[in-house]
Design a binder for this molecule. Sequence first.
Ligand code: FES
Length: 104
Amino acid sequence: MAAVKLSVKKADLKESKPIRVDANGKPVMLVLIEGKVYAIDPVCSHREGPLEQGLLEGYNIKCPWHGAIYDVRTGKGHEETPWGPGQASYKVDVSASGEITVDV
Ligand code: FES
C-alpha cells in the first residue's frame, strides 16, 4: 500500500456522482456520499465493467454490465449478486484544505 495524493479535491466531487481517477497508474473510483469520500477499485471483479458508470443507490453501486452490486464503503459484493465477489476498498484521507489521499 502507498499513500497517493490525488489531483482532484473534495470540492471537485458531486454528491453521489462517482468518478474514476488515476492514483499513480492505478484506477480508483471516488464517490462522495453525505459528505464522506469513499474509494474502491472501479474495475468490476466479474468481467471488468466500469463501476463508476453504474447506478448508485445509497451506498450500493451496480455494475452497468451485468448488475453486480458492491458496497462503496467496503467493496464487498452483495449477497444477491454473487457473480461479483468484491472490490478492493481503499482508505481515504481528506485534509483540512480538501486534498484527497488514498492508500492504494
Ligand atoms: S462486469 Fe460487472 S457484473 Fe459483469
